[in-house]
Ligand binder design. Structure first.
Ligand code: TYD
Ligand code: MG
Length: 453
């Protein structure tokens, strides 16, 4: 029987080393060497601990593959189900990322306690007692939930083969330790090997596995980016710890769209699903203020609604001031020039200040229309109508131009309780069932007429 062998490989060029080195001698990159398993000891692989031999895959004509049979586990949480694309797919690996203390463990334990399926909740972070205390806080009845405090993957598989759970939850991937690799838990090699073993387990037994992943300071899931490539679905749980609201979104989903998001409220007895998200925003925007506009922008792949504030006032000095925070000042000047030339606004003798709230910087051209609306609103001192938002670019001729991923932006706006969105007439919209009013405009003048007349 072959023993487990590991070697060190450069992640950049693939050169193999017998031991760890700081710099790859072949490609001269630093810190790219990680340990990997090259040969496994058959006996201790998860298969050996399971009963029976797993099926071998053979090619099947694509037209013969039956998709009707694809069932999904309803996990009795509307928000989570929807973000997953309609339930948990058997054999899938879901990674749930989020900052410490945001409520990942609470969310998963809460789901595990509610499920009618046999669920194994593996925790490497908390003791049985701590988990029980949390469970009592959330909901005491739990006939199908089993708890295991273990960090060794081989031991976890052994326990799995004994109790045969329908769903496995691992909290967290950074605490797992595989015997095949010598480095400490949480290192890149450990995370990679443990995830690979779990994927193999999930695919071969058709058991869904939900992993918790920690997030580093810069907002990415700790560990190699490859972790996100390996799993089927990457979810992110986020929110401001100063507020009670938490947002669950899919960053990647092999079985559904990434446009969906779920909203929860953290309460004393766990997380409550928020089915009508406008209840969050409406209270904030109760008082209509002139000079503010909401835009549907994209942050990477994710839609995000942000607020733009503009202040237009008479210039005190000869040359008017133009200040933009979080937005390109040149672009602001261009938009103001377009307003002068194409819409006849005399902004030449006005100071214009623009601010994107929340301290973020946006370079998405889709916020142009919102910037223009905020400037016009401040100039006229007339607040925009409630529940309206924008997603379009402005061209030099004053034309309203289409933007990418418009469906996702519209969906997000609708989800967050907005009732009307301004988009370009030339934007192709595939969306069918929506309740938000989509106002299609082709020129700046159209928008002005709709908003201020
Ligand atoms: P937790 O799930 O431990 O976060 P994570 O696993 O993402 O690190 O959440 C911890 C926070 O949630 C903690 O600050 C207390 C709070 N909380 C509640 O407000 N209500 C509850 O019912 C529970 C269980 C936790
Ligand atoms: Mg936790």
């Amino acid at each position: 029987m072959a023993k487990t062998k590991t070697a060190f490989f450069c992640q950049n060029c693939g050169t193999q080393y017998p031991k760890w080195v700081g710099q790859c001698t072949a490609c001269k990159e630093w810190n790219t060497i990680v340990e990997e398993v090259v040969q496994k000891e058959e006996k201790s692989s998860w298969k050996a601990t399971m009963n029976g031999t797993p099926k071998r895959a053979s090619p099947v004509n694509i037209s013969d593959i039956d998709t009707d049979k694809e069932i999904r586990y309803d996990i009795l949480d509307h928000e989570f189900n929807r973000v997953l694309g309609g339930g948990l797919v058997p054999g899938s690996l879901v990674l749930l990322g989020g900052e410490p203390g945001i409520g990942k463990s609470t969310l998963l334990l809460q789901i595990a306690l509610r499920l009618p399926y046999k669920t194994l909740y593996v925790s490497g972070e908390e003791s049985m007692k701590q988990i029980k205390m949390r469970a009592e806080r959330i909901q005491p009845n739990s006939a199908n939930c089993f708890v295991l405090t273990e960090t060794k993957t081989q031991q976890i598989f052994k326990q799995i083969s004994e109790i045969n759970p329908d769903i496995v939850v691992i909290d967290s991937i950074q605490t797992l330790h595989s015997d095949y690799i010598e480095s400490s838990a949480g290192s890149i090699s450990q995370i990679r090997e443990s995830t690979a073993e779990l994927i193999k387990f999930a695919k071969e037994t058709n058991t869904p596995v939900i992993l918790v992943g920690h997030i580093t300071k810069d907002g990415t899931i700790a560990g190699p980016k490859i972790l996100e490539h390996m799993v089927d679905t990457v979810l992110q749980f986020e929110g401001d710890r100063n507020y009670m609201y938490r947002i669950l979104r899919a960053l990647k989903n092999r079985f559904g769209s990434t446009a969906e998001l779920g909203i929860y409220e953290m309460q004393g007895d766990g997380l409550r699903e928020v089915s009508n998200p406008s209840e969050i925003l409406i209270s904030k925007y109760d008082e209509a203020l002139s000079g503010t506009a909401i835009v549907a922008t994209l942050e990477g792949m994710r839609p995000l609604l942000i607020e733009i504030q503009a202040l237009v006032s008479s210039a005190v000095y000869g040359t008017p001031q133009r200040t933009a925070t979080g937005f390109n000042a040149k672009r602001l000047n261009m938009l103001l020039a377009v307003l002068e030339k194409r819409a006849g606004f005399k902004l030449g003798a006005k100071d214009v200040f623009l601010n994107i709230t929340g301290g973020i910087t946006v370079d998405d051209p889709a916020i142009d229309l919102g910037v223009v609306a905020a400037v016009l609103s401040s100039n006229a001192d007339i607040p925009l109508e409630k529940g309206v938002c924008f997603a379009a670019e402005i061209g030099l001729a004053g034309e309203v131009r289409p933007v990418r991923r418009i469906d996702q932006r519209i969906l997000e706006a609708e989800k967050l309780g907005f009732t009307r969105i301004f988009v370009s007439k030339n934007n192709k919209i595939a969306l069918k069932n929506h309740s938000i009013l989509i106002s299609k405009v082709s020129k700046i003048e159209d928008v002005i007429r709709e908003l201020f007349d």
